[in-house]
Design a protein around this ligand. Sequence first.
Ligand SMILES: [Zn+2]
Length: 244
Amino acid sequence: MTPDEFAKFIGTLTGSAEAAALAKEVAIDPVAAREKIRVPKDAGEYAADLEAILRRIPRGWCHSIDCGPGWYPLLSRLAKKLAEVDPDGLIEVYQVKDKFAELRVYVGAGELPCCRRANEATMDQHLASDEHQELAAEAKSRLKVVNALITELTDQSREICEDTGEPGIVMDSGNWLRTLDPVTAPDHYEIEELDEELVDWELRIAAGDVEKLEATVRRLGREVAHQRVVMARLLAALRSERGR
Ligand SMILES: [Zn+2]
């Protein structure tokens, strides 16, 4: 099959001109297609930050941002931190994706510039040199700063809808976990764990006791985002109950 035939085949199969164009690129040069910088089309104001992250992905890794736009503000913070602590690019990014309903970013120190310059025959000597030791220590300390931020962003992503950026909660489609706003989540996603408290609220809501519910949510004093999500979910349940 020629690249054009392959593109036509994929285009017919998917009904997408974009998929067909990508298929052609893959057919012509799979490695180049994989490593081409593709800033997500919905990047908007975050395009430059996402591109900066994509440019840190080394050869051999898929150059893509595999999460929804609701998390782009988190990635923007990461891009700015990387630019600040690692302006000369000692740190590489390997993957950016959603996994188990949270943002995962994998980073590491690539081959250090001093090692790239060193002669293979004298590598042992180079590795013991002050120049190498200092740069390696510097890379390690930068990674520590960046990984601390990534941990923070991963934690935050569990309360932000990956699609919309609104407050979110972990939801389960049966085979995939995502953090979504229950108001806009696709129908086949359910809140992952309906704890007993929540079920109790659902029952009160069904009985129309909204004031009691609101008081309960306030009393519990959870994070604002979580409260909003729970309220939205339960108020939606009440509306559908009344509509019945
Ligand atoms: Zn070195």
